[in-house]
Design a protein around this ligand. Structure first.
Ligand code: ZN
Ligand code: ZN
Ligand code: ZN
Ligand code: ZN
Length: 334
């Protein structure tokens, strides 16, 4: 290292030169025994090879290196150095300590990076600017991004495959639990809780709705309607093993006693508005389908409260409530 002697303005004392690089001392260090001074960089590199002073061959270990005297530091501080791009037109003159930073950012340094002024927004070394081609560079950048996007897509596809595998595994576990439930009352109880919980998790994703006209309720849907409801349940993410359970609950004869006949519904009409009702996606079902879940309706009297949930198809008169402020009350159904 060291500062180029040729750039120093005026005379340089010989004792300010590094015996290793022959330039002006940079970050000078001296041997505590023989007092010979060197650039820190030069002597540290030297010591890695030989542990002797390069001038008089006396012993020299890293612990022997100390900062040079104040006198020498003052002499170095008085020196002024020109910019190494003086030939390119730089007129700066500075103390040694400012030299490295200046050169790195000197506007006459051909390697200084500047912003392309033709609008591509790239930063280019000044001396490469004449060869710089915005379109070419941008095309390369674009290609990099295209590659990156396709890598991300691949990753996403991989994650989706894994997710669907997990879903499939979960379904199998749910079928397994369903099979166990039929034989073991403890597992039946846990299974019922799990069903209520997963139904509510799904239910929470559906918008709340208001039923305006209970009179337009279809109490015994035909097969095409049945199919639409199934599609609505599946595509809205209803847990697979519960789709059939809910499907069975879209006829009045499977509804709670207080809803099971026209007469009973008329009798309870004043209570029906108290139901917390959710809406299946109308685009898929064609007709508004309300979902009334047990977990949402713990406040209803027993003869109106569904165990898991019921589906009600209406001709019209069901509207989504703009937003759903109620948090999911975990404790109520677990
Ligand atoms: Zn040196
Ligand atoms: Zn020495
Ligand atoms: Zn300069
Ligand atoms: Zn450009």
């Amino acid at each position: 290292m060291g500062y180029d002697q040729g750039l120093i303005v005026g005379h340089v004392d010989e004792e300010l030169l590094c015996p290793i690089c022959a330039d002006v001392l940079e970050e000078p260090m001296q041997s505590s025994s023989c007092e010979h001074a060197f650039c820190r960089f030069c002597i540290e590199k030297w010591i890695q090879e030989k542990q002797i002073c390069p001038v008089d061959r006396s012993d020299l270990l890293p612990i022997h290196l100390i900062p040079v005297s104040r006198l020498m530091r003052n002499m170095l501080a008085r020196l002024r150095i020109k910019c190494s791009f003086a030939e390119n037109g730089c007129t700066a003159l500075m103390p040694l300590g400012e030299y490295r930073d200046h050169v790195a950012s000197c506007q006459n340094n051909p390697k200084v990076v500047v912003l392309c002024n033709r609008g591509c927004g790239m930063r280019v070394p000044r001396d490469e600017m004449s060869r710089h081609n915005c379109v070419f560079e941008l095309r390369e950048q674009l290609q990099d991004q295209v590659n990156e996007i396709s890598e991300l897509r691949e990753m996403q596809a991989h994650q989706e495959r894994r997710l669907s595998e997990h879903r499939r595994e979960l379904e199998l576990v749910q079928y397994y639990v369903a099979a166990l439930r039929s034989t073991n009352p403890v597992i039946r109880n846990v299974g019922d809780q799990l069903d209520r919980y997963s139904l509510m998790r799904w239910g929470r994703t559906l918008p709340l709705a208001t039923v305006r006209t209970w009179g337009s309720l279809i109490s015994t849907p035909d097969t095409p309607m049945h199919m639409m409801v199934r599609e609505g349940l599946r595509s809205s993410g209803c847990p697979m093993h519960l789709v059939n359970v809910l499907m069975d609950c879209c006829y009045e004869d499977s509804w709670p006693e207080g809803l099971a006949t026209l007469e009973m519904r008329r009798l309870n009409l004043h209570r029906l508005a108290q139901f917390v009702t959710r809406l299946l996606p109308v685009v898929i079902t064609g007709k508004p389908c309300a979902v009334i879940l047990g977990g949402d309706n713990a406040h209803m009297p027993e003869n109106l409260r569904p165990v898991l949930g019921v589906i009600m198809i209406f001709v019209d008169g069901v509207e989504p409530v703009p937003s759903d402020p109620a948090p999911m009350p975990d404790g109520d159904y677990l």
